[in-house]
Design a protein around this ligand. Structure first.
Ligand code: TYD
Ligand code: MG
Length: 455
């Protein structure tokens, strides 16, 4: 009888240990080492039933870089522009894409929607929902794809058997944490199972040139659950995020072997599934008839994409001894810094006031160009004087109270112009684009100047 082999894995980071220890040396977490039974058999593949004939073992030869042909057809159009652009032009054949996100954010919805709109044969394997549950979800979505096959299965050997019978063009696994392989005895969701099943799927994808999309759960800290090496193993890591109380969702690439990670996709969750948002700035600026004090529009960039975002501030006299500083969608430390700069460099007495800051739409952006809009929103609320609605801002604020330049100012100005803003305030030190704009470009170098221009 074969001896049972066990190994110890850190459940947080996936580091392997020969014996149990109390603290993981790699990630410094306590009590995360768990013993897992691993009993591997000699021949490991992506399934025993798989015919290996397609795999011709040959030694690869180096080619001159100029002689290597790129086949444009190696990408599959997902029929979803936002996803296509995040992927860098479509699903690459033979690639493994991992989609992570919090529970309930809409991962299954997004992928099912793709499976239904793509004109390829898709095998949607779910380990979480029954076939009828998936059918019910599909009913709510607009598209239908007669070639979409749905399978409820968690054992990789059975999945590969089905793949062999149905020969799909794209395989979807929802989710990687539910899969298990016969070759390892640990339970599904453990580090060794995740690593092994992913390895099998990668082997399958590479050998058959079939793209595989994996859905992955994320931990409390926001990382994809499972070994860190999972992210190294796959070709593309996408993150689906958003505030569950809001309807907007952002799809970002954290890693992409076939394109840039700067692109991002924006969706809106509706009753009929996820709608692609082509012009995100329009939905991020709340609609109102008259100007209100405490709001300012920032011309930001998320990745390559310009986004006009509304910043709302409320400054009021502190009711309790210690003034409160509270933010949604913005870094609290950065807010404290800006308040200190306003106090010290421009003489605004905000020390005894409560300051609340809110980024409309529940989107969190970390573009330093937000600073000036944050400053003006705070000043506007403090003065109780509204900033005209046709103003927008794009500049960073330094510790000396100086207004600093930001990158790609031209793109920001163009977006503001396109959306009908009349004035944009930027740093004096930004090279003012040579091109003539319809929008009026105001340049400032100090906080006092900002104040004097606006109020
Ligand atoms: P789901 O895709 O199941 O999330 P995940 O796979 O990331 O856990 O999304 C579930 C949520 O999406 C659920 O709360 C309901 C909502 N939803 C809609 O608002 N509209 C829709 O058309 C669908 C299918 C789901
Ligand atoms: Mg799901």
């Amino acid at each position: 009888m074969a001896k049972t082999k066990t190994t110890f894995f850190c459940q947080n980071c996936g580091t392997q240990y020969a014996k149990w220890v109390g603290k993981c040396n790699a990630c410094n977490e306590w009590n995360t080492i768990v013993e897992e039974v691993i009993q591997k058999e000699e021949s490991r593949g992506f399934g025993r039933n798989w015919k290996q004939t397609s795999v011709i073992k040959k030694v690869a030869k180096p080619l001159k870089i100029n002689d290597i042909a790129i086949n444009e057809e190696d990408r599959i159009d997902t029929k979803n522009n936002e996803l296509n652009s995040v992927l860098g032009g479509g699903l690459v054949k033979g690639s493994i894409t991992l989609l992570g996100g919090e529970p309930g954010i809409g991962k299954s919805t997004l992928i099912l929607q793709i499976a239904l709109s793509i004109d390829k044969k898709v095998l949607y394997v779910s380990g979480e929902e029954s076939q009828s549950q998936i059918k019910m979800r599909a009913e709510r979505l607009e598209n239908t794809n007669a070639e979409c096959l749905v399978l409820t299965e968690t054992k990789t050997q059975h999945i590969f058997k089905n793949i062999e019978e149905t020969q799909p063009d794209v395989v979807v696994i929802d989710s990687i944490q539910t899969l298990h392989t016969d070759y390892i005895e640990a339970s599904p969701g453990t580090i060794s199972q995740i690593r092994e099943t992913t390895a099998e799927l990668i082997k399958f994808a590479k050998e058959t040139s079939t793209p595989v999309i994996l859905i992955g759960h994320i931990t409390k800290e926001g990382a994809i659950a499972g070994p860190k090496i999972l992210e190294h193993m796959v070709d593309v890591v996408l993150q689906f995020e958003g505030d569950r109380n809001h309807t907007y969702r952002i799809l970002r690439a954290q890693k992409n072997r076939f394109g840039s990670t700067a692109e991002l996709g924006i969706y809106e969750m509706l009753g009929s599934g996820l709608r692609e948002v082509e012009n995100p700035s329009e939905i991020l600026i709340s609609e109102k008839d008259e100007s209100l004090s405490g709001t300012a529009i920032a011309a930001t960039l998320e990745g390559m994409r310009p986004l006009m975002i509304e910043v709302q501030a409320l400054v009021s006299t502190a009711v309790y001894g210690t003034p409160q500083r509270s933010t949604t969608g913005y870094n609290t430390k950065r807010l404290n810094m800006i308040l200190a700069v306003l106090e010290k460099r421009a003489g605004f007495r905000l020390g005894a006031k409560d300051v609340f800051l809110n980024i409309a739409g529940g989107i969190s952006v970390d573009d330093p160009a937000m600073d000036l809009a944050v400053v003006t929103a705070i000043l506007s609320s403090n003065e109780d004087e509204a900033i005209p609605q046709d103003y927008c801002f794009a500049a960073e604020v330094g510790l000396a109270g100086e207004i600093r330049p930001v990158n790609r100012i031209e793109q920001r100005i163009l977006e503001a112009e396109k959306l009908g803003f009349q004035k944009i305030m930027i740093s004096k030190y930004n090279k003012i684009p040579s091109k003539k704009h319809k929008i009026q470009v105001l340049v400032v170098s100090k906080i006092e100047e900002v104040f004097n221009t606006l109020f």
